[in-house]
Design a protein around this ligand. Sequence first.
Ligand code: F6R
Length: 600
Amino acid sequence: MCGIIGYVGANALTSPDTLEVLLNGLNGLEYRGYDSAGVALSNGSLEVYKHEGQVSNLESMLPQSAPDSVGIGHTRWSTHGPPSDRNAHPHTDTHNRVAVVHNGIIENYEELKTTLQAQGVTFESDTDTEVVPHLIAAELEAGADEETAFRRAIDQLEGSYAIAAVFADSETIYAARHESPLVIGVSDEGNYLASDVPAFIRFTDRVIYIDDGQFVTLDRDSVTVTDSEGHTVETKTETISWSPEDAGKSGYDHYMLKEIHEQPAALRGCLRGRVNELERSITLDSIPPLEWEGPIMFVACGTSYHATLGGVQLLEERGMHAVAYQASEFEAARRPVGENSLVIAVTQSGETADTMRAMREANRVGATTVAVTNVVGSSASREADHVLYIRAGPEIGVAATKTFASQQAAMVLLASALHGEIDPELVQALRTVPDSIQTILDTSDAKAVAETYADADAYFFIGRGPQYPVALEGALKMKEITYKHAEGFAAGELKHGPLALVTDNTPVFATVIGDGPRARKTIGNIKEVEARSAPVVAITDGRSDVARYADHVLEVPEADDVTGSMLANVQLQLVSYWVAHGLGRSIDKPRNLAKSVTVE
Ligand code: F6R
């Protein structure tokens, strides 16, 4: 959801060039949005460059370098106004005194715009953001200094924002945060600000996370953080534990393929040091034994929501009542959340606005909240009572892959920890998953299957029990990166309606693990689609006779139902990847999507 970068070099001769830093930052942030990109350079006057489309479009119109400038940049995911040059950020005031970049939504922008228009201001864009430079300019004209003008403008905003501004005749960047991420990078060569660490990790690994309601002034040799009253806030500088290489493509064509291949390592990272088989105990970072009343409530969106559906099954099997809510529906569901409730927010980015709103509501009523997240320092990690990091490493591809695998593993750990007992067989099975995934990666026929069905009209995914969330996830991945129609169903539901969609050009991907009653029932459903001439691709560990009824088989190593779902998902990820590849799609940055969805 929009990416922001800002940079003030310490020394024009020795510090990195401003344009180099901004472009590196925009490329590192493009996963957040890629409808347009722009930069503003301040060096006695303001120069603004912006262009619709990806950062590469912007690059061609930029000067070679800007060694002594102070700069801000932005990559956009449109909310107000279509992707276009005029709606691209930065936005400026009428006299080009101040340039502003913004991530989030200004909910009261229409009122503010009407007032400004009544004062004679002409707007150049359809965005909500453009009110901000005009508000700042109005304060400057009323005699305020730059910092005061910035603060007064921010004070008038309602909604969510991370905002950064540069002025024509100053060497300072001003920024503020409310419900959208903002992180500062500090170094001897200069200071940085961004929506996320990958934007500047090449230049510094020392970071300060900014909290809601805080303001930042970024100068050549200092960073000052203040609260809404203007009082200086003491900050903590942390060191990031991953390197720029971790956020690169390492020779893969796409981040998505790299991240699919990183799943064995991601899962080992998630499990490391957490399970003590001798003592049959699980230690989840610093989460103490928890107590709660009523159902355990999960809140999450998209892929993370699919992981929570697995979490619910694991908890219910252990005799604990649990419910998964799509976070955007949490409010409407009239859930019974109170001060004795336990609410678990599962969010890779830790910034998803829908999930954060649900978690904040739970915090407000005094419930115990746990964030299951990948991003250290994210809003979820800071606002929850307890945090379980999934430790998957940075995920840049917009389609979640390795973080889903790690969330699945985290659900097993969490369910065991909440139950107070570990299931030694399941834990042992979990330990074999990284090697089994490696086997799948080394031997998968997913590419050939994808080529066979690249022209399909639609793709259907079915599964039972733990395979059902994987069917939903398989379909979501297919939709996201191929733009083709795909649906996931509980295998038993097909005959209650969706079977009408099935034709000889709608392959059905069916996951069948083991040879128990569930597997046998799913095979029954496979026969139903086969009888309607739909091609069937079975994802199976080969213990049942499903191969007899399938046109293609994608094998996974022998597994139990729960870990088998993790393995099957990898085959489905690969099928989607290769279908999208064959269609020439923008795999890492699918149209209309963004990695971190910071608007509701
Ligand atoms: C799908 C995908 C999205 C996210 C969803 C929640 O591949 O990435 O569906 O899962 O936007 O994001 P997080 O987990 O960051 O809260």
